[in-house]
Design a protein around this ligand. Structure first.
Ligand SMILES: *[C@@H]1O[C@H](CO)[C@@H](O)[C@H](O)[C@H]1NC(C)=O
Ligand SMILES: *[C@@H]1O[C@H](CO)[C@@H](O)[C@H](O)[C@H]1NC(C)=O
Length: 433
């Protein structure tokens, strides 16, 4: 059986937090909307077209900003089609599929789903009769079938309209991707896809156009998911975008830096750099590389972990996962460190909480024989005013990874995902606080 992609933000919150924790997230305006408001959209598109004409004749590198939501989720953007349609994506090194909601997902933009449920004669009192009421001539059939009373999770999302893209190519093959807490399904299409504001684009990228997404996604600040793992992890068996662009890059790697923004929401708080090292945010003079042990996830070996008086010299298989909010580890390790830190187990969070004034010692992970320190500033996260030790118990089973080094790890060390060298590197990350 194929391993499920672990979108740990998804599976973590799904297992432990989803029912309780509502991370206050406001809707992010797309870059397109922002540029349009500022009257810069046309200039931007011209620039984009110039970039595209240059491909694939010169090698390129570029970067994209990530937006930080409470140090729990980091969102970046992709653009798809001609002219570009923009999407807010979870940039997820823990999966390998790319999908966005399709325009056929959900109801008509601007029409709440309850319009479809109202008796025909009452609808016009509550909804725009020309656009939203049953029987109105402009109402597409798909908006009238299979509607549930509550809002469709796609209604709040940016949705891809293939009719509006001149570079779109039909494919139509079906896809279903099961994440920890829900699924996305639909069909495949092909179009030009660019990484954020960068000039890193691939003109013939296959991607999922979701016609149904799980309710879980409704409250997430993303439209879709951009998997940055290895091809073998792709559930669709579609060559991932990064593998398609890697030969165009100056260097066959990408570099991820995540900032610490505490509880702030929707603030610039990270940088994904493609084809180059980020020596502005990372101490790239101190990179330590270790080989990838399974080309599925970004998987590698660690040779131990310690915190205070607790120390384990076990070798573990771990993954580096930008899509995971916390660090997943065997329950025995979580309990040992939780107790060592004087924490209290909270069934509510499925993790240990600690006094918010505590400034405990680093958690130290050994990689390639060297110590890598994670500061409490990175491993303690604030949720609902509680200070939570960012470790959760996790069992993959079989030959899968035993640890998931999620965002607290990546805030501590820039992770350099070296596709060409089949290795991963770590460099101390700079933070202003
Ligand atoms: C999709 O784009 C086409 C062509 O621009 C437009 O006519 C149509 O209204 C759009 N559909 C949606 C659902 O936005
Ligand atoms: C890493 O943590 C250990 C244990 O707290 C500490 O002794 C050491 O000085 C730390 N190293 C760095 C580079 O901060």
């Amino acid at each position: 059986m194929r391993p499920l992609p672990i979108l740990l933000f998804v599976s973590l919150l799904g297992m432990a937090l989803a029912a309780h924790v509502q991370i206050p997230l406001r809707r992010v305006k797309s870059m397109m909307e922002k540029l349009m408001e500022e009257g810069k959209w046309e200039t931007y598109q011209k620039k984009r077209d110039e970039y595209r004409k240059r491909l694939p004749h010169e090698l390129i590198s570029g970067s994209q900003i990530a937006y930080d939501y409470g140090d729990i989720v980091y969102i970046g953007q992709l653009s798809i089609g001609t002219p570009a349609q923009r999407f807010n994506m979870i940039l997820d090194t823990g999966s390998s599929d790319l999908w966005v909601p399709d325009s056929s997902c959900g109801g008509i933009p601007g029409c709440p789903d309850y319009c479809n449920k109202l008796p025909k004669d009452q609808c016009p009192q509550f909804c725009d009769p020309a656009m939203c009421c049953p029987g109105s001539s402009t109402l597409p059939l798909n908006a009238r079938v299979g509607i549930q009373l509550d809002q469709n999770p796609c209604d709040l999302k940016h949705r891809f309209n293939s009719s509006a893209s001149s570079s779109y190519q039909k494919n139509g093959q079906q896809f279903t991707i099961q994440y920890g807490t829900g699924s996305a399904q639909g069909f495949l299409g092909q179009d030009v896809v660019c990484l954020g504001d960068s000039n890193v684009c691939y003109s013939k990228q296959l991607f999922g156009q979701a016609t149904q997404i799980a309710d879980f996604f409704e409250n997430q600040p993303c439209d879709g998911i951009f998997g940055m793992g290895w091809p073998a992890l792709s559930v669709d068996q579609v060559p991932p975008l990064l593998n398609n662009v890697v030969s165009l890059l100056d260097q066959p790697l990408f570099n991820v830096w995540m900032d610490r923004k505490g509880t702030q929401q929707d603030v610039v708080g990270g940088l994904f750099t493609y084809g180059a090292l980020d020596s502005v945010n990372c101490d790239t003079s101190k990179i330590v590389y270790t080989p990838i042990t399974s080309q599925t996830y970004w998987q590698f070996a660690i040779q131990g972990v310690s915190q205070g008086a607790y120390s384990s010299k076990m070798t573990y298989q771990v993954i580096s996962d930008t899509g995971t909010s916390l660090i997943g580890a065997p329950q025995a390790v979580v309990d040992a460190i939780g107790k060592q830190l004087g924490g209290t187990y909270s069934p509510f969070y499925g993790a240990y909480t600690i006094d918010c004034n505590a400034t405990p010692d680093d958690i130290v992970i050994t990689i390639a024989g060297q110590p890598f320190n994670i500061s409490y500033k990175d491993y303690i996260v604030s949720l609902n005013g509680d200070c939570v030790i960012g470790l959760f118990g996790f069992t993959f089973g079989g030959f899968g990874p035993q640890w998931i080094l999620g965002d607290p790890w990546i805030r501590s060390f820039c992770n350099i995902y070296h596709i060409g060298g089949v290795k991963i590197g770590f460099a101390p990350a700079y933070h202003s606080s």
